[in-house]
Design a protein around this ligand. Sequence first.
Ligand SMILES: O=C(O)CCC(=O)C(=O)O
Length: 261
Amino acid sequence: MIDQYINEGYVIVKNLLPTTLVDKIHQEIETIVNKWYSKGAKYYDTVSQYKNEKNSFWIVNNRLLEEAFIQHCSIQEIINTACKLMDTGGVSVLEDQFINKPPGCIGVNMHQDTSYFPLTKESKCITCWIPLCDLDEKLGPLIIYPGSHKYGTALPVENLHENSDGNDLLKQIDSEAPFIEPITLNVQKGDVVFFDCNVIHGSGINQSNLWRPAFSLHYASEESVFVEAKAKQNACPEIYEGIKNGSQPVTNKNIQFFKKN
Ligand SMILES: O=C(O)CCC(=O)C(=O)O
């Protein structure tokens, strides 16, 4: 598992979560959406700019709207696997996200999560992607470019709601990089995909007549170093408030730190 993560930048852990828990997370997110969206929730605003009927419905940082939701950002099986893959003793939550793709949704453009986080380039971070339904090709599942994490980080992709080739992004990072064949991950409810935040990824068109919901968690390893100036430029600077420069894990209301056991 660790070798695959190092070489290809991702692993799929089958049946890591009970499907009852996955359904519970989904239901709680829908409750958060219904409760806060009509009130114009602050942490929702950062994504509403992208919202139209053909775009993914994207809600960032549910845990800031409902503190009880933090338990879903600290599922021990996920923390332990994330720590093992990054070879670290604990992780800070950088972001939690609900991505719900309506029928006909154009998908999520190819990007690297690292480029949005206020971390030094030596820091390690991981995305844990949790499908909230069983996936097949038609639903527009996650697409990743295995091995693309080895080439560094491009600038943030501004329009996440169009489709472009991940190899174009890769060429921006390293013009000598070889062509990478993307793979589509038709994972099932209960499975978790872990990938290095430098892996180029996104998803394609939802060609079904169903919504395609997913939950993703982003963590930084405990050795990670935050860059305050970058945090200030972030769309939601207050999320990173209280983070010190330096390597200490920081616990405050917004950034939670969890140890492996
Ligand atoms: O769920 C998707 O379609 C894309 C997920 C993604 O880009 C992310 O979690 O960063």
